[in-house]
Design a protein around this ligand. Structure first.
Ligand SMILES: Cc1cc2nc3c(=O)[nH]c(=O)nc-3n(C[C@H](O)[C@H](O)[C@H](O)COP(=O)(O)O)c2cc1C
Length: 152
């Protein structure tokens, strides 16, 4: 069974909520998943997994979620060659049209720089600022992850 690690950074809980659905979809596709808040994760752990999934929300104006910044910086010079990867996260398309889910693009680019193979395009979820993730979004996230699992 393929082993995946899913690491997320979340300020108000939306990315954390999405992470659970993404994990369910991967599991449904036969992938074993370890889910970790980035505050409890270390870059060294990534070596133990064949699949790396990173999730973060976007804050400020196009900035990576705060908790994720040190981990992101520690990924410099990390090799993820031979691993499959993908990125996801929520953002607010209406309030921040120019920087919608910029953090997701940052994560995907970092994974590519580390030599990982992106197995599916990023999942960018629109959430109105202050709103929580709903069931329709959870289903979308789960389907995206199942699609990823099937592409591995
Ligand atoms: C002060 C502030 C700044 C934000 N900046 C952006 C942004 O630049 N781009 C974007 O897509 N979403 C932005 N958002 C929306 C959040 O990313 C969105 O609410 C997200 O669901 C929060 O996820 P989290 O609970 O996992 O942190 C911003 C929200 C706030 C309150």
């Amino acid at each position: 069974m393929l082993k995946a690690i899913l690491i997320y950074g979340s300020t108000t809980g939306n990315t954390e909520d999405l992470a659970q659905s993404v994990a369910s979809g991967l599991e449904e596709g036969g992938v074993e998943v370890a889910v970790k808040n980035v505050t409890a994760a270390d870059v060294g752990e990534l070596a133990d997994y064949e699949v790396v999934v990173l999730g973060a929300s976007t804050w400020g104006d196009g900035e990576l979620q705060d908790d994720f910044v040190p981990f992101y910086d520690r990924m410099d010079n990390l090799s993820l060659a031979g691993k499959k990867a993908a990125a996801f996260g929520p953002g607010d398309k209406e309030s921040f049209p120019d920087t919608f889910c910029a953090a997701v693009d940052m994560l995907e680019e970092k994974l590519e720089q580390c030599g990982a193979e992106i197995s599916i395009g990023p999942l960018k979820i629109h959430t109105e600022t202050g709103d929580e993730v709903d069931d329709a979004i959870r289903v979308e996230a789960r389907k995206w992850a199942l699609g990823m699992a099937r592409s591995l």
